[in-house]
Design a protein around this ligand. Structure first.
Ligand SMILES: O=C(CO)[C@@H](O)[C@H](O)COP(=O)(O)O
Ligand SMILES: [Fe+2]
Length: 215
């Protein structure tokens, strides 16, 4: 069954609680929280206080996508804020194995993200440590960009490694996910669809979420 993770980046920032409740009622599985620091990516969003403020109002799995340099400095803050899954970028971690271990030791699920130009081999030796691999299908930093189809073979290769090793690792695809690209990503082996614009700009998010879940 495909899981859907609406990205809060495309919500109405003056009505965040309302929008979170809306996607939860519409059948979302995760709430995808894009944290950006203005260094790793050219944009700044929000941090632990906002996540902590939303936490009491939702039972969704809080999926925190850290687009920040040296994320190991902030793992505890995001755990305390209520993250259930913390995903770090392979490009932002000097000691990826250690950072993923720290996330797990803090009782959180661990994810690792790959930019479009990063080869899948970059996560080959940590696949046994993670719960999720996040394949970026846009260059991170902004919502509303177009899906880069060149990442599809990367999803397929990761899926084959996961199957060969008998691991229970989700593959999420993030960026430019809409009706067409969602099908391509699922065919390639993705099991989690992150979507901002497609969900929050839709007249009825429920229709989109249910469509994605039934692919
Ligand atoms: O991490 C990111 C962007 O860096 C994503 O989570 C986007 O927020 C997805 O937005 P859409 O491409 O679906 O509008
Ligand atoms: Fe994201």
């Amino acid at each position: 069954m495909i899981k859907v993770a609406p990205s809060l980046l495309s919500a109405d920032f003056s009505h965040l609680r309302r929008d979170v409740e809306r996607v939860e009622e519409a059948g979302a599985d995760y709430l995808h929280l894009d944290v950006m620091d203005g260094h790793f990516v050219p944009n700044i969003t929000f941090g632990p206080p906002l996540i902590a403020a939303l936490r009491p109002h939702s039972r969704l799995l809080f999926d925190v996508h850290l687009m920040i340099e040296a994320p190991e400095r902030y793992i505890k803050d995001f755990v305390n804020a209520g993250a259930d899954l913390i995903t770090v970028h392979v490009e932002a971690c000097r000691h990826l194995h250690r950072t993923l271990t720290v996330i797990k030791e803090n009782g959180c699920r661990a994810g690792v993200a790959l930019n479009p130009a990063t080869p899948p081999q970059a996560v080959e030796y940590v696949l046994n440590l993670v719960d999720l691999v996040l394949v970026m299908s846009v260059n991170p930093g902004f919502g509303g960009q177009s899906f880069i189809p060149a990442v599809l073979p990367k999803i397929s290769l990761l899926r084959s490694w996961i199957e060969e090793r008998g691991l229970a690792v989700e593959i999420a695809v993030d960026g430019g996910v809409n009706r067409q690209t969602a099908s391509l990503a699922v065919k390639a082996g993705a099991t989690v669809l992150v979507a901002g614009t497609a969900v929050f700009a839709a007249p009825d998010p429920r229709v989109v979420i249910q469509e994605f879940k039934s692919i």
